[in-house]
Ligand binder design. Structure first.
Ligand SMILES: Cc1cc2nc3c(=O)[nH]c(=O)nc-3n(C[C@H](O)[C@H](O)[C@H](O)COP(=O)(O)OP(=O)(O)OC[C@H]3O[C@@H](n4cnc5c(N)ncnc54)[C@H](O)[C@@H]3O)c2cc1C
Length: 434
């Protein structure tokens, strides 16, 4: 075997997995198609369960140092404050959602992985196939034939994984974890897919207002605007483009004009003139693979279940996938003699592990996807009557539902399986009196 675990994709999911495996004493090799790390800012919202997972290999705290803790969100409807939500008390260590660009998260994950001699990260290595290795087993031939006199049929048993690259090379591993993102290599067929018509434009600008570390959601009859603090005195604006704007070709001139116009029209706030430091547009899509785990192969992150970025859950869900995959592989590959095995390392057979992963991660992915779609739907209800009804319902919800329930929902603390059930088993066992 070239490696215990082969990981396809060096995004947040793949790099988290490599670090978690290394913390359990397991070797992995990460293969990334791009020649160099991704420079797109993309995700910014890191939830408390994700910070707990990152703490397992010591980078939760350092990441908090590099971000802005969002402790409060305000919701506006047609420029009037409908209510606010405080994240106080939702978590003992992390009572906030951390805002930090995905590039910084990936940088920290990559540095931790590269500093560990159990991990190798290879760039410029595009994977074209991942197949379970298969060798006929003689003992099984005899069992199958028995006294029946039938022709022996070789019984094929998986014996590891072979990964092939675009340049013709191949490597073998015990397990493969495919973390190749929403549009990368797919190990299994797509089961569900949905494309949304809504179009959103993102711009990251210097924060010239007085919004500080508060997140703001503006819902209007013409469309939504979301605004989040970023580190280093920056602020992100996410604007829904409607009508003719949603069919315009976006170039640098139209981008700055649209961001300036729509932010001002819907919020009354002026963003600085000129191009944002970083911009991007997206038309959300959602898909789910037919299988999440089979024959020692795990699909994790956006490749398994992509969802609308509105609601900020995709990256967090992928990191939670990585945690369960790592726990299953650790429980499976370790023998009681392995140095990293402690009294609380759960041991599990791979058939039960595969079923557990399918069940837990599919449920979590669907729950997060549904929430992301619902958040997007609520924010983008347009027109005068629709917007008025939405605003009235939101005002009532923000008044009647306790802050803690709403905040826990947005912090993904109520997603089923938001932490690996095996990590809980481990904690329960380790905290029992000896
Ligand atoms: C604008 C925007 C804002 C977002 N905001 C948030 C947010 O606030 N919070 C949140 O939780 N999520 C958010 N998301 C979603 C988040 O960015 C994704 O869920 C996250 O990047 C998924 O991580 P991943 O590692 O699974 O996939 P990716 O980040 O896509 O990484 C996959 C990697 O696999 C590589 N790869 C693909 N094919 C191959 C191959 N054949 N061989 C080798 N390597 C391959 C790719 O090059 C890539 O580097 C946002 C997304 C967007 C677009």
């Amino acid at each position: 075997m070239d490696s215990d675990v082969i990981i396809v994709g060096a995004g947040t999911t793949g790099l988290t997995l490599a670090n978690l495996l290394a913390a359990a004493g397991i070797r992995s090799a990460v293969y990334e198609a791009k020649a160099a790390p991704d420079t797109r800012m993309r995700a910014i919202g890191v939830t408390p369960p994700t910070l707990e997972i990152l703490d397992r290999f010591g980078i939760g705290g350092p990441l908090v140092q590099r971000g802005v803790a969002v402790r409060r969100a305000e919701v506006y409807g047609d420029r009037r404050l409908l209510g606010s939500v405080s994240f106080d008390g939702i978590h003992s260590r992390y009572p906030f959602i951390l805002s930090v660009p995905q590039t910084r998260i990936e940088h920290l994950l990559r540095s931790a992985a590269e500093a560990n001699n159990l991990v190798r990260v290879h760039y410029g290595a595009e994977v074209v196939s991942v197949e379970p290795g298969a060798t006929p087993s003689r003992a099984d031939d005899n069992l199958r034939t028995g006294d029946s006199g039938l022709e022996p049929r070789p019984v094929v048993r998986p014996t590891g994984i072979t990964v092939r690259f675009r340049d013709g090379r191949s490597v073998n591993g015990l397990y493969a974890c495919i973390c190749s993102g929403a549009s990368g290599f797919r190990p299994f067929p797509v089961m569900r897919r949905r494309r949304y018509r809504r179009l959103f434009l993102i711009g990251d600008y210097p924060d010239t207002g007085r919004l500080g570390d508060i997140a703001r959601l503006y819902f209007s009859r013409d469309g939504s605007v979301e605004s989040f603090p970023l580190p280093a005195g920056m602020r992100r604006w996410i604007v829904q483009l409607t009508g003719r704007a949603s069919r315009t070709v976006l170039d640098e001139a139209t981008v700055s004009a649209m961001l300036t116009t729509y932010v001002n029209r819907r919020t009354g706030i002026r963003v600085p003139a000129g191009l944002p430091h970083w911009w991007s547009s997206f038309r959300p899509e959602r898909h789910e693979l037919a299988h999440f785990a089979r024959f020692g192969m795990f699909a994790a992150g956006d490749v398994a279940h992509s969802m609308s970025p509105i609601g900020g859950q995709g990256m967090n869900t992928g990191i939670a996938d990585a945690e369960l995959a790592a726990d299953l592989i650790a429980g499976r590959t370790m023998t009681p003699e392995s140095p990293a095995v402690t009294s609380h390392t759960p041991m599990i057979d791979m058939v039960s592990g595969t079923r557990l992963y399918e069940k837990v991660r599919r449920k979590a992915g669907r729950s997060a996807s549904r929430r992301a779609a619902a958040s997007m739907f609520v924010g983008t209800v347009g027109g005068v009557p629709g917007s008025a009804i939405r605003n009235a319902l939101l005002r009532a919800a923000l008044t009647l539902i306790p802050d803690r329930a709403i905040a826990s929902h947005f912090a993904m603390l109520t997603i089923p399986g938001h932490r690996s059930p095996l990590s809980f088993t481990a904690r329960t066992i380790s905290s029992r009196p000896q």
